[in-house]
Design a protein around this ligand. Structure first.
Ligand code: DAT
Ligand code: MG
Length: 140
């Protein structure tokens, strides 16, 4: 398997509850390296652009409001098959369906306030990493 990268976001519900370190510990325990990380406060417009793919879905406005409600921590994770590995650590979108030991099982509040974002393909990972980071900010 190849060493790849994925874009991760620790969402407002988690930063608000001071869970950044606890979530990062799960990534590191799973063999994912945090090769870039910064704390930012998105505007609703920036959140809307990031989640543009979900524009037609009924929860889009609520999702953008939520993502702009508090600071987030955006990060690049690197490791073997990073996209799939990260989604394994994250757990299912709906915390009620997330497996034991996953971030969402342990920390998510609801399907909307579900603590973390992770890219869903290598192609989207490249697009999402470029949305937040310049190459010089990523130190592998
Ligand atoms: P994921 O974040 O697991 O990739 P997704 O891409 O389908 O899930 O959706 C993006 C985010 O949108 C998700 O993390 C939380 C929110 N969301 C998804 N389905 C939702 C729903 N039925 N109600 C409210 N928010 C939802
Ligand atoms: Mg998704």
């Amino acid at each position: 398997m190849a060493i790849t990268r994925t874009l991760s976001i620790i969402k407002p519900d988690a930063t608000k509850r001071n869970l950044t370190g606890a979530i990062n510990a799960k990534f590191e325990a799973a063999g994912l390296r945090i090769v870039a990380q910064k704390r930012i406060h998105l505007t609703k417009a920036q959140a809307g652009k990031f989640y543009e793919v979900h524009k037609a879905r009924p929860f889009y406005d609520e999702l953008c409001e939520f993502m702009a409600s508090e600071p987030v921590v955006v990060q690049v994770l690197e490791g073997e098959n990073a996209v799939a590995k990260n989604r394994e650590v994250m757990g299912a979108t709906n915390p009620a369906e997330a497996a034991e030991g996953t971030v969402r099982k342990e920390f998510a509040l609801s399907i909307g306030e579900n603590s973390v974002h992770g890219s869903d393909s290598d192609e989207n990972a490249a697009i999402e990493i470029a949305f937040f980071f310049a190459g010089i900010e990523i130190v592998g």
